[in-house]
Write a protein that binds this ligand. Structure first.
Ligand SMILES: *Cc1c(COP(=O)(O)O)cnc(C)c1O
Length: 388
């Protein structure tokens, strides 16, 4: 063999005796075949076979298998972001003429996806009150194809009665899906309630270090999984094995990071509640929260992500207070090792129950820093907010 050929042919190494605990990263666009017949019949290899890098490598399948093991269901598919999971799940199951029910508290990008994109394909979207089964039921139509859930609600954290919604959907012969990013595949198992589609932004707790974007879609049945697999292939959507390896590594500590994040939230919330600058803290794990009973019944964990409503007048000093923070960083997204705080707007994203009062919710995501440092930071933040 001449040098230029040797340069491009990967040497075969004897791997016997080598076993590592972490996943092997298989990078490939091209997958080669043992003979002409194998190549000619590659499309028949099915969802577990390999035919082209876009459709999966052993590394991407390893992460998908871990998500399925935790979420239940038949199969999971990976997409480049959490919102990518929401959008591709809807595209795979909705058709022209269908009616979609979105909760008033859905992830904001779902509203614009429905209004700008789904509408062009002749899919009508209607919003329902997230906590009223009667309201949801009254909006069902013969052409309703999917009820979507988001529990707890975006920014305002209302908890939905998921088993009741799944039962309603099943009785009506309608698919039911959920954005389970806050609950995660550890803390909430919607497939067990009869949900057909579960989306999780792995960007948050699963990846867990604020450096990867990824989404997972888990399907209850093989038939639904096959639908999504087809759509993703035709749309040309796949994920990088390197990113999957980061998420696989992140997930090894996910239960520990989530538990620490919850402990941090429990340590910070009393300081916030005691401040005259704070009107209310919204977090379903708090006894007294309107969603607490349903959270306790259905969830086994709480994300350390909660919202704070300020007392009248306090928001005038918000920017000065935010600028005082040293341990907390100012930024969106959440579920990483660093604690984050972000002022959010709610009013433009509510249509069934208009948002009254000040259009400002502070979202706090607690990371894994020493809780005492976070408490010091919040106390200095509050001291600026409280000043007359
Ligand atoms: C962050 C988030 C998403 C979107 O995830 P990306 O990976 O940032 O696209 C979707 N749903 C919820 C509830 C989220 O918090």
């Amino acid at each position: 063999m001449r040098d230029a050929t040797t340069c491009v042919i990967t040497p075969v190494i004897d791997e016997s005796g080598f076993r590592a605990l972490g996943p092997t990263i298989h990078r490939a666009s091209t997958i080669v075949f043992e003979d002409a017949e194998a190549y000619a019949t590659r499309a028949k290899r099915g969802p577990d076979g390999f035919s082209y890098g876009l459709y999966g490598t052993p590394t991407t399948r390893t992460l998908a298998a871990r998500i399925t093991a935790l979420a239940g269901g038949a199969r999971s598919y990976l997409v480049p972001s959490g919102q990518g999971g929401n959008a591709t799940a809807l595209l795979a199951v909705l058709s022209h003429g269908d009616h979609l029910l979105l909760p008033d508290t859905c992830y904001p990008a779902m509203r614009s996806f429905a209004a700008e994109d789904l509408v062009r394909f002749g899919i009508a979207t209607e919003y329902y009150g997230p906590t009223s089964i009667a309201d949801l039921k009254s909006r069902l139509r013969p052409e309703t194809a999917l009820i979507w859930c988001k529990s707890p609600g975006s920014s305002t954290l209302e908890v939905q009665d998921l088993p009741a919604i799944a039962e309603l959907a099943q009785d009506a012969g309608v698919l039911v899906g959920i954005d389970n990013t806050w609950g995660t595949c550890l803390g909430l198992k919607p497939i067990d309630f009869g949900f057909d589609i579960v989306v999780e932004a792995l960007t948050k707790y699963a990846a867990g270090h604020s450096d990867v974007l990824m989404g997972a879609v888990t399907l209850r049945t093989e038939a639904l999984a096959e639908k999504l697999r087809g759509s993703l292939g035709r749309l040309g959507i796949g994920v990088s094995p390197d990113d999957c390896a980061l998420v696989l590594r992140g997930m090894e500590t996910m239960p520990l990071r989530m538990a620490q994040s919850t402990r941090g939230a429990e340590a910070l919330i009393p300081l916030l509640q005691a401040s005259p600058a704070v009107d209310r803290v919204l977090w379903p794990a708090l006894p007294g929260d309107p969603g607490h009973a349903l959270w306790k019944r259905d969830f086994t964990a709480a994300a350390g992500v909660f919202s704070v409503l300020l007392a009248p007048g306090a928001s005038d000093r918000l920017n000065a207070a935010l600028d005082r923070l040293t341990t907390f960083a100012i930024g969106a997204s959440w579920g990483g090792t660093r604690s984050l705080i972000a002022p959010m707007s709610v009013a433009p994203f509510r249509s069934v129950q208009p948002w009254t009062g000040e259009d400002l919710v502070l979202r706090i995501s607690v990371g894994v820093e020493d809780v005492a440092d976070l408490q010091d930071d919040i106390l200095s933040f509050l001291s600026v907010l409280e000043k007359d």
